[in-house]
Write a protein of this length. Sequence first.
Length: 256
Amino acid sequence: MDKRPNILQTSQLSVSVPSRTLVRDVTVGITENQVFGLIGPSGAGKSTVLRALNRMTDLVPGLKVTGDVQLHGRSIFAPGTDANALRAKVGMLFQQPVVFPASIVDNVLFGARRLQSLSKSVQAELAESALQEAALWSEVKDRLKAPAAKLSVGQQQRLCLARALATKPEVILMDEPTSALDPRSTEAIEALIKRLKSRHTIVLVTHNLRQARNVGDQLAFIGVRDGVGQLLCEGTVESVLNRTDVAEVDEYVCCQ
């Protein structure tokens, strides 16, 4: 039994729009230094739950979040919480690489520079460290001033990861980070995920059951019942994927 403390905890987390509830009463604990996977059919609310974990839901007009999310036992919705500082601690990697029309190094340092004043020497060290951790340094170290848009899609995704890592996050949220990538780039990202969990906690939304088995430690299955996304089961990867007693899980696994 895993004795490590929960770094993130959701309690009856629900997200709705004025016309309907998107996902209801999700309660999970996410342990430090593990890969926690969110799986389930499209439209069940996995990405919505993921975005609630660092209040990215605040940026979507009309979304209402109830329940709670705690980071180290403190509510992320507590009065006075700095959402930007929260997102530095709980970083995000999206499905499609989001690179800015700037150089490689400026992309890496974008978030870190907004959070604090950094000397040129510290910026150089931070950029190298983040790019090393994202397994991109050796490929770009001689062209840091080159436009980020000239990188391949796989490199751009690792650049986005480096940008998140430069803010020294404790948790990295990943929303189908390999769905736009070729098999070789997918393999590189999966290898990175395995390495990163020694220093970070990863929460991964994926539709790929091979990927879930390859990198996951724990899984939560979010399915649709009565038209609403709900947490139907959670546990180790194999215990969740073998839940033949949960019809939605059984159908989902059989269709993969």
